[in-house]
Design a binder for this molecule. Structure first.
Ligand code: PFF
Length: 457
């Protein structure tokens, strides 16, 4: 038995599990990515499809990951190796480790932007700026070769340090206190955003669907984002599940994490999209949307500077509780499968992801001419990881639990001493056996075709 396996931690409390899993789920995906892709793909129709995927695909896959992790008590790769020895299943875990690398690379870049905005806020740099000046400042910053790399590096070092300390101490303590404060700030931002003149149009855009404009590309993005936002499809929650004790009711935990994640995304959308309309910003602006919109909102608030500092600080912390969970996937793999020590595994993984992140960051500026298909390097990593690798991982995880693992064992792991009703279990089985795999397959087929076709011709 390897050292990593013996030293395996267990979460201290039920709240600790939820805080850590929600800490992983809630991050840049909710506050940075969700508003901008909702803006890009047309608003309400995209939102409703996204919510449908969260309920019908995300939640069952999350439960499946918890079941696999808790049963096997290993990292993603090792879990499949243990539960289905000498089979191809362990490659699912391997796909997950790959996805973790890709995500961590661009995640560190955006988290670096957030850190920079803490300093912009402290120095009040954007306070007297018009919407177009704010946009110009943001673009100047992300396209410059030096400063974004510095902030990305600071963020990656922080991530690595926390992972070296260990899962329990590192994650639980921070997530418990800070996430509720972030929630309060977002609610304050919501109130400000929807009381801005012209914000009604934004609320309509966000909640009044026009399904006729929905493309397969949008549907693929909604699916991919459901996985990305809930931290699914790459074994993060298999790894976290392996730290959950036997007494925990996995169904409740999954439900609570899913609801928390979705509520935060919706609240972030309500803070940003109405303001986008109020300030005449293009909803399809892309990855800069949050960073261009929110400073305008802060400029219209009493105590705007204070809220701005706190918001970007806590956004960085939310990013950190997610990035440590991403790095944890790779580190658990390195320690338990390759027998590296935890510090060495962490340093190695952090350096590799940071190096790839540098290329991502530069692809916003000096490397922006290098594109592959329709993507620069940053968008390419995002697309491959969120829209391909995560749903693919989710597809295999659902099939594994639905068809391979054994119904009896699934029930035993989930039933929580008989407190979970039989019809919940049956509904879960239908979702993992049929609904999740078939919908992922269909969306892949049409979504990827449309995307590739659109890019090539
Ligand atoms: N769920 C995180 C977010 O929304 O920011 C990102 C993420 C974390 C994706 C962990 C995947 C993952 F395994």
């Amino acid at each position: 038995m390897s050292k990593g396996r013996k030293a395996r931690d267990v979460f201290g409390s039920k709240f600790g599990i939820i805080a850590a899993a929600a800490g992983s789920a809630i991050g840049l995906g909710n506050i940075w990515k969700f508003p901008y892709i909702t803006g890009e793909y047309g608003g309400a129709a995209f939102l409703f499809v996204y919510l449908g995927f969260i309920a019908a695909v995300g939640l069952p896959v999350m439960l499946s990951e918890f079941v696999i992790g808790r049963k096997a008590r290993r990292n993603a790769y090792g879990s499949f190796k243990k539960l289905a020895p000498k089979s191809l299943w362990q490659n699912v875990g391997f796909l997950g480790v790959l996805a973790a690398f890709l995500i961590l690379s661009f995640y560190g870049v955006v988290a670096g932007w957030s850190l920079k905005y803490v300093f912009f806020s402290i120095n009040n740099t954007l306070a007297a700026s018009s919407p177009s000046e704010i946009e110009a400042t943001f673009n100047r910053f992300i396209t410059s070769p030096g400063p974004p790399l510095l902030y990305q590096l600071i963020f990656m070092v922080l991530t690595g340090l926390i992972v070296v300390i260990g899962v329990k101490k590192g994650i639980e303590r921070y997530a418990k206190i800070l996430m509720p404060i972030l929630l309060v700030i977002i609610i304050i931002l919501d109130i400000r955003a929807i009381t801005l003149p012209g914000s009604m149009e934004g609320l309509k855009f966000l909640f009044k669907p026009d399904f006729s404009k929905l493309s397969w590309d949008a549907i693929l993005n909604a699916l991919g984002h459901a996985f990305f936002s809930l931290s699914l499809g790459m074994g993060t929650l298999i790894t976290y599940g392996s730290y959950i004790d036997k007494k925990n009711n996995l169904m409740n935990t999954a439900l609570e994490v899913t609801i928390a994640d979705t509520v935060i995304a919706l609240l972030a959308g309500i803070a940003i999209i109405p303001a986008v309309f109020a300030f005449n910003i293009e909803p399809g602006t892309g990855p800069g949307l949050v960073f261009i919109t929110l400073p305008n909102v802060f400029n219209q608030m009493h105590g705007g500077q204070f809220f701005s500092i706190l918001f970007f600080l806590l956004l960085s912390v939310a990013a950190l509780t997610s990035s440590i969970s991403i790095l944890e996937v790779v580190v658990a793999f390195f320690t338990e499968e390759l027998n590296l020590t935890r510090p060495i595994a962490t340093v190695l993984a952090t350096i590799l992801a940071a190096l790839m992140g540098i290329i991502c960051s530069l692809s916003m500026g000096i490397y922006s001419d290098y594109t592959f298909m329709c993507f620069n390097f940053f968008d390419l990593l995002d697309f491959i990881s969120a829209n391909i690798l995560l749903p693919l991982g989710g597809l295999f995880i659902a099939i594994f639990i639905g068809w391979k693992f054994g119904k009896y064992k699934v029930f035993k792991e989930m039933a929580h001493g008989g407190s979970l009703k039989g019809y919940f279990l049956s509904a879960f089985m239908i979702l993992v056996r049929f609904v999740a795999p078939i919908s992922i397959f269909i969306v892949f087929l049409f979504g990827l075709y449309e995307k590739l076709h659109g890019c090539l011709f």
